[in-house]
Design a protein around this ligand. Structure first.
Ligand SMILES: Nc1ncnc2c1ncn2[C@@H]1O[C@H](COP(=O)(O)OP(=O)(O)OP(=O)(O)O)[C@@H](O)[C@H]1O
Ligand SMILES: [Mg+2]
Length: 258
């Protein structure tokens, strides 16, 4: 079976600063990859290249059988298949939850309202927010808004979901409800690339962990090996910092992680 996503010898510069260096990463359909690494190592940039928010310098990036680094790539088309959720949820404040979710399916994908509505309602029920369909974003908690942002992406029927620190801005009590939605997606076979600072979650959700430093992938590993016996000294140092943080009281811990 060929990979759904394949980065090969992939390089990206910002000016003269090379932020991705010969990155090669293959992702099969249904796989969950967690990308870990210190701040500034290029995790967000890697995800952003996959939906055209950043343009790469050289190498290959194949998605679903197509080379995306081709100048003729229609990114509007590609983005329909690549869902991305960030730290901040960017729901439209003047639209209800349902209007937010249906915008892409109706305006971009030109789907039948009845069919898209049925899917939106099913997704709302799946994340326990069926009763919020007519609420406005300001009437929801951060965790609820983030769950809506996730199902807004899902309602486009993407082939892959990219998550970039989706719980980083949430209060600790709301982190769990959002991570549970992502775990549920993993159980359902969704292909996902996840950047997170929640190590217990990373271990639970990942089929494979990719550890990056300074723009390069240092290690591909199973979560079991990565967390108990990382191959690189750098990954070991990175994990030590987290195990130290885990032992601190919650409030201090949040400051440390930010
Ligand atoms: N728009 C930009 N212009 C110039 N440099 C950038 C830009 N975006 C990111 N960079 C640089 O690229 C490098 C990788 O940044 P990136 O945001 O991908 O790191 P990250 O691993 O996601 O970090 P963090 O964990 O802090 O989110 C950093 O050195 C950063 O300063
Ligand atoms: Mg980032």
């Amino acid at each position: 079976m060929s990979a759904l996503i394949e980065f090969k010898d992939f390089n990206k510069y910002f000016g003269t600063n090379q932020v991705l260096k010969d990155v090669s990463l293959s992702v099969e359909s249904g796989e969950v990859i967690v990308i870990l690494g210190p701040s500034g190592c290029g995790k967000s940039t890697l995800l952003r290249c996959l939906n055209g928010l950043e343009v790469a310098h050289s190498g290959h990036l194949r998605f679903d059988g197509r080379e995306l680094l081709d100048k003729k790539t229609d990114w509007r088309q590609v983005r329909q298949h690549v869902g991305m959720v960030f730290q901040s949820y960017h729901l439209f404040g003047h639209m209800t939850v349902l209007e937010n979710i249906l915008l892409g399916p109706l305006k971009v994908q030109k789907r039948q309202r009845s069919e898209a509505l049925a899917q939106a309602e099913a997704l709302l029920a799946r994340v326990g927010l069926a009763d919020k369909r007519d609420a406005y974003p300001r009437q929801l908690s951060g965790g609820q808004q983030q769950r809506i942002a996730i199902i807004r992406s899902l309602c486009m029927n993407p082939k892959v979901m990219l998550f970039d620190e989706v719980t980083a801005a949430l209060d600790p009590e709301m982190v769990k409800e959002v991570l549970e939605v992502i775990l549920d997606l993993a159980r359902g076979g969704m292909t996902m690339l996840i950047v997170t600072h929640e190590m217990a979650f990373a271990r639970a959700v990942a089929d494979r962990v990719v550890f990056m430093e300074a723009g390069s992938i240092l290690e591909h590993n199973t979560p079991e090996s990565f967390f108990s016996n990382p191959a690189s000294a750098r990954a070991q140092q990175f994990l030590e910092k987290f195990s130290y943080v885990e032992t601190m009281p919650k409030k201090t811990r949040l400051k440390e992680l930010s």
